[in-house]
Design a protein around this ligand. Sequence first.
Ligand code: ZN
Length: 123
Amino acid sequence: MDNRSFPLHLPLMRPVDMQVIGTELAVKWDDGRETFVSLERLRRACPCAMCRGEADLLGRWSAPPPQSLTAASFVLRDIRMVGSYGLQPVWADGHATGIYSFEYLIRLGESSDSPCPDFLPFS
Ligand SMILES: [Zn+2]
């Protein structure tokens, strides 16, 4: 059996524990790895159409409307599992439309000193 035919770029891991520690979200994966992402970074990297803009039917990209982020925008009220591929944070300001794939979350945690990684749209 050839294991290399497996799509290695897809995370096969799942979160076994998630908790907010101070100002960070800590996610523990079932392979033992951990990801830490600051809540502010997590919110600013929100991949939803409202935060990132969206393309119209002709493929023209429209910028998102300006947002007014408040202190509550960086407070996590809840976090939900979405299927077997992502997490959906519920923020204290009511925003809850962003779905973060596990891969996107891991990349956010791995590149904590650099600007937000490119948004990975779901396909
Ligand atoms: Zn958003």
